[in-house]
Ligand binder design. Structure first.
Ligand SMILES: [Zn+2]
Length: 315
């Protein structure tokens, strides 16, 4: 049994490991998972122990990762009898290499999750000399699952992408698991569309192996290896990332680290994006500026919905 969420003491809420990563990289959020404490998400179990009975995190801070991020028990972590997380007795040494993401969110929410830190009201309780010591509450989070039911929604794109990538060898599972984005419901298998088949349907998560990343003055251009065929002719596919968009991005540093590592990488990298569908455009030829050629292209509008990563096992 893996932890789908853990209770964050500082936020008084249950977070997935992808929420934790998103917060760690968010330069506008006052959050550092090293300074937080993550406790068992089972309310009864958490109430039975003090806040030293914490979990640890794996890959909460690596921008680029290969192995699936997760929460895990420390060797000292205890659970009550009947807690569904009690059997997660894996320690750092006993972990196998074939970890995969087992918690499939059934909805990818396009608006970012908001976290409200519990701060004591300033004026109303001015007579209280000190804020009471923080204790874990049993407050259930409505939208992100309460008690020990797995969270059904996520607003972190990396989560459904990790579900897809780490389970790529289990097509039956990907064809079985439902995924909703906006008004569109499908399975993971049909929502993730290889870039060369982007004409099949609009509004999907497109992905493909990266051929090259070009670093221009005002943008990066990601070229995909596979081509799109239209009327028996092959067309290149690319997406543009405006540097202005990156400059204003709340996860700017992490994003630059991701894309700069990708530019220099010799390894196979894949790009996943949602929100735009590349369309056939005529662009001027560099060699002969009088001529144009066709290319399927799109401008990325939301960096939250784009990922560049390795994807072992994917072809
Ligand atoms: Zn527990």
């Amino acid at each position: 049994m893996k932890f789908d969420t853990a209770y964050s003491l500082s936020l008084d809420d249950k977070l997935s490991i992808y929420d934790v990563r998103d917060l760690n990289f968010d330069e506008t959020a006052d959050f550092d998972s090293d300074n937080d404490r993550f406790l068992c998400p089972n309310d009864a179990c958490r109430a039975a122990f003090d806040t030293d009975n914490a979990l640890s995190t794996f890959n909460a801070k690596n921008v680029n990762y290969l192995r699936t991020p997760h929460f895990k028990n420390k060797s000292t972590t205890r659970h009550i009898d009947g807690c569904r997380y009690a059997s997660t007795h894996k320690t750092a040494t006993a972990e196998s290499d074939d970890e995969r993401e087992e918690n499939f969110p059934s909805e990818f929410v396009l608006t970012r999750r908001q976290y409200e830190r519990k701060t004591p009201p300033a004026s109303a309780e001015a007579s209280v000399p000190q804020a009471p010591a923080k204790t874990p509450s049993n407050r259930a989070s409505e939208s992100h699952g309460s008690n020990d039911s797995p969270p059904e929604k996520t607003s972190v794109f990396a989560h459904p992408v990790e579900c897809f990538v780490s389970n790529i060898d289990d097509k039956d599972k990907l064809k079985r698991m439902p995924l909703k984005i906006g008004d569109h419901t499908a399975t993971y298998w049909t929502f993730f569309k290889k870039i060369e088949y982007l004409q099949d349907n609009k509004g999907l998560i497109y992905w493909g192996r990266i051929k090259a990343i070009k670093d221009y003055t005002s943008s990066f251009r990601i070229d995909f290896e596979k081509k799109v065929w239209l009327d028996k002719k092959p067309y290149s596919v690319n997406v543009y990332l405006s540097k202005k968009l990156i400059e204003n991005y709340r996860k700017r540093q992490a994003f630059l680290e991701q894309i700069k590592a990708a530019v220099e990488s010799e390894r196979s990298l894949y790009c996943f994006f949602y929100g735009v569908t590349p369309e056939l455009k005529q662009v001027p030829s560099k060699k002969n500026p009088d001529q144009t050629f066709g290319v399927f292209s799109a401008n990325i509008e939301n960096l939250d919905h784009l990922i560049i990563r390795e994807a072992p096992g994917v072809q």
